[in-house]
Design a protein around this ligand. Structure first.
Ligand code: IVH
Length: 662
């Protein structure tokens, strides 16, 4: 008869094999349903037998909700970066430099440069024992629990592996998952990730492994460190690593000449568009480990390797039409409507033309072939025009003089490049845009979608944000498909928004150039709406980070009677127009630097952070001799505790903290 222990072990081995087949080889041999059944069975057996707990069990890949901050770890081998080159001649220079220094035959391994976030994995006796981020190259964060949720990272190895070694690689968010995540974030009113690199590095440092598990990260490993590596060359070691279960790119080429290297570069400069993950160049490494050692390192980079960076992806496509969007503050943005084109992982149909000056400089005509690029931002940009390909020249693109929606004459604000529609109370996209912003999560957090706003606007029930607070049950019930429950939900949510703090209200009212961060600064410094309203330009610019343009926007906002009327109505509705007493609760923690670690009974970590700030303290994440105390809950990391004790920093409990600020 098999024992529970044997059953658990056999299920673990079997499930890891299926994980490997699916995520590393992309060749599943069982259905998702069967996999889930087996995983469930393992979960049940493990919870019946907690004595057989294993952090590297396949059940750990789903993560857990325990929020635990990261401990810092020292890298055994520093995580260096590579020298960058941008031209073929610099690649030739590298090749010649290596040739001269070695003065013997050598081979170069050419690989893709994956554009994610680097990771270092340590394995002991075939088990993953540590995963760390790059950090400053010397020290990184211990993100082992998050790394365990990445299905292509093996938790236990197969075959004959060294007793102890480190493997470096890149954690990536595949294009498909990146789009899914951004769509989800858009729905929830969260800021979007500009590119998969930011999404991957943001995800791997989330404090909630269950959420990391939900976002399907992938990995490619590309370098090994260890005293007893089996191969004599880099390529041999990668082949071994592949056999142990790591995901190693299949697009690696052994080059014997510069022209072999150029073939690889030219091929992948085009072909990379078809890869499921982002790449931003090619990495070239001397193959022999002995020769690598001979070449050694400069202070920051190895002499035996170099990166060649691709030019930002750029495509040429036809300019079909230019439309003009009116933003919530009245700013007019010119948008190019393009013949759809595949660019850096997504299909681009629209791109920004920045502003009026840009349109004049490029002298665009409808029908032109234009160049589109994706920079660091989410929205692609038109960066040039191919004038040589013009045959039948179309009409010249010119900026508008009147608002495309309400027809009001546009104005330009001194010092700003944008044109504005000044009709703030009568221009529909400005009205709807302002209401949409007003209700968004980081403003008043009212549970109402764009379609409902549109519906209420079209029915004359919503002409500005203050009208939300006058909505009546019977008005709403009269609308198509509005039942008792949805009506009550909306009214409750509007009511709850009256408790939103002053800085949210200040953000919600759409003062040009004042967003979440600036609203917080203004609230903290000037305390209430009347002080902000009456502040002079000089007083405003004396606030840190407030410059001329922001100060001018604030003064302009309060010089408009309609804005004052709106604020008066919101005041009557009961919104918060001053910093609440609890915001500046006390100065009991003034000047104190505090670390939060572990899980707490009565407060979330965010609440504790707010309490620290409200009482004048500063919440920091890494412990040093300057730290005043550690606020510790359950499961405080042992390394952190040890460090605090070593530095003689007092460790206080949740109730000690409550007493301190009471
Ligand atoms: S080798 C000492 N290979 O590029 C070896 N790096 O600036 C160092 N990267 O930090 C790394 N793909 O995050 C190597 N195939 C590849 C790579 C790669 C992406 C990243 C890595 C590194 C950066 C170098």
């Amino acid at each position: 008869m098999t024992t529970a222990k044997e059953e658990i072990e056999s299920l673990r081995t079997e499930l890891e094999k299926h994980n490997y087949n699916y995520y590393v080889l992309s060749q599943p041999t069982i259905s998702d349903f069967e996999f889930d059944q087996k995983l469930k069975s393992l979960q049940q057996k493990e919870s019946a037998h907690p004595e057989y707990y294993d952090p590297n069990s396949p059940t750990q890949r789903v993560g857990n909700d325990i929020s635990k901050e990261f401990n810092q770890v020292q890298h055994k081998y520093p995580m260096l970066s590579l020298g960058n080159t941008y031209s073929e001649s610099e690649v030739t220079d590298f090749y010649e430099r290596v040739s001269k220094l070695l003065n013997e035959d050598f081979e170069i391994v050419a690989e893709l440069k994956f554009d994610g976030t680097s990771i270092s994995l340590t394995y002991e006796n075939g088990h993953l024992i540590l995963a760390a981020t790059r950090g400053d190259g010397e020290k990184g964060d211990d993100i082992t629990n998050n790394a365990r949720t990445i299905r292509s990272i093996p938790l236990n190895l197969h075959g004959q592996y060294p007793e102890l070694f480190e493997i470096r690689g890149e954690v990536l968010m595949p294009w498909k998952e990146f789009e899914r995540l951004n769509k989800e974030r858009e729905r929830q009113g969260d800021t979007l990730f500009a590119n998969p690199r930011n999404a991957a590095s943001g995800t791997i440092k989330l404090l909630n492994p269950a959420e990391v598990s939900h976002r399907k990260l992938d990995s490619y490993l590309y370098f090994l460190f260890g005293d007893k590596l089996p191969g004599k060359t880099h390529l041999e070691n990668l082949e071994y690593a592949r056999q142990w279960g790591f995901k190693i790119s299949e697009h690696i080429k052994l080059c014997k000449s510069v022209s072999d290297i150029f073939d690889f570069i030219r091929y992948w400069d085009k072909e990379r568009k078809n890869l499921p993950v982002a790449t931003d160049g090619i990495v070239l490494k001397v193959n022999s480990l002995k020769q690598q050692e001979k070449l050694g390192y400069t202070a920051k980079t190895p002499r035996w390797a170099i990166a060649y960076k691709f030019q930002a992806e750029r495509e040429c496509t036809k300019l079909k039409e230019v439309t003009f969007q009116v933003g919530r503050t009245g700013a007019i943005t010119p948008v190019a409507n393009l013949e759809p084109v595949q660019l850096a992982g997504t299909i681009v149909k629209r791109a920004s033309l920045y502003n009026a000056d840009n349109i004049d400089t490029f002298d665009f005509h409808i029908g032109d072939m234009v160049y589109v690029e994706k920079g660091g931002e989410i929205i692609p940009k038109v960066v040039g025009v191919d004038k040589n390909s013009r045959t039948n020249i179309g009409p010249k693109v010119s900026f508008l003089t009147q608002c495309p929606v309400c027809g009001t004459k546009l104005i330009r604000i001194p010092g700003e490049s944008a044109w504005y529609c000044p009709n703030i109370i009568g221009c529909p996209p400005q009205i709807k845009g302002k209401i949409e912003y007003f209700v968004s999560r980081k403003a008043m957090n009212i549970n109402i979608g764009e379609e409902t706003i549109e519906l209420l606007y079209n029915n004359g029930l919503l002409k500005n944000s203050a009208d939300l607070y006058d909505l009546k049950k019977e008005d709403l019930m009269r609308l198509d498909r509005w039942g008792e429950k949805s009506t009550q939900n909306l009214l409750d949510s509007i009511d709850a928004s009256k408790k939103m703090p002053f800085e949210n209200v200040l953000n919600a009212i759409s003062i040009r150039n004042v967003g979440v961060v600036m609203a917080k600064k203004l609230a903290k410094n000037l305390k209430n709406i009347d002080c902000i309203k009456n502040a002079t330009i000089e007083q405003l610019i004396s606030i840190p980070d407030v410059g001329d343009i922001i100060a001018r926007s604030i003064v302009d906002f309060f010089s408009v009677t309609d804005n004052i009327t709106l604020i008066d109505r919101l005041k009557v509705a009961g919104l918060q127009f001053e910093l609440s007493d609890s915001y500046i609760a006390s100065d009991k923690l003034m000047g104190k630097t505090i670390i939060i670690s572990g899980v707490f009974e009565r407060h979330s970590r965010d609440e504790l952070k707010t309490l620290i700030e409200k009482n004048g303290g500063v919440n920091v994440t890494s412990i040093s001799s300057k730290t005043d105390f550690v606020l510790a809950g359950a499961n405080m990391g042992p390394a952190k505790r040890e460090k605090a004790e070593k530095l003689n920093i007092s460790i206080i409990s949740e109730s000690d903290f409550e007493k301190m600020i009471s």
